[in-house]
Design a protein around this ligand. Structure first.
Ligand SMILES: [Zn+2]
Length: 133
């Protein structure tokens, strides 16, 4: 059974996501050299239509795409927050510590699960060669 996060945790998670979104929007604005209307970003995001942002030719679309991807992840995280699943490990359902989500807002697994997943992936790669670092 997945437990719903406490109200306090919910608020903390919400703050983390808001901060993350602000950083990304500030980044996009810096890229464009002007301030953006967040509603226009939402429109561009939903329709995939960057024309809504009235981009100039000089804008590097690749960098923008990267920011855009992050922005979509944030929107997705907000949806999961509303559903009460954000910040819970997708594998075991344990709550991911706030300290970790602060630095990694899109973390989907707790550290023990992440280690196990990575170990499994190593096995699955299974090319028989031993890796030296
Ligand atoms: Zn886990």
């Amino acid at each position: 059974m997945k437990k719903k996060p406490s109200i306090q945790r919910h608020e903390t998670l919400e703050q983390i996501l808001h901060r993350t979104r602000e950083t990304v929007v500030a980044d996009i604005e810096k890229q464009l050299g002007r301030e953006l209307d967040p509603r226009k970003i939402d429109v561009a995001m939903d329709t995939g239509d960057w024309a809504a942002l009235e981009l100039s030719e000089a804008v590097d679309h690749r960098i923008l795409e990267m920011r855009y991807k992050t922005y979509k992840e944030i929107a997705d995280a907000f949806r999961r927050l509303e559903a009460g699943t954000y910040g819970a490990c997708e594998r075991c359902g344990e709550e991911i510590p706030v300290e970790r989500l602060t630095v990694e807002p899109f973390a989907r697994y707790c550290v023990p699960c992440l280690n196990q997943i990575e170990a499994l992936e190593e096995v699955e790669k299974g090319d028989g060669k031993s890796h030296s670092f």
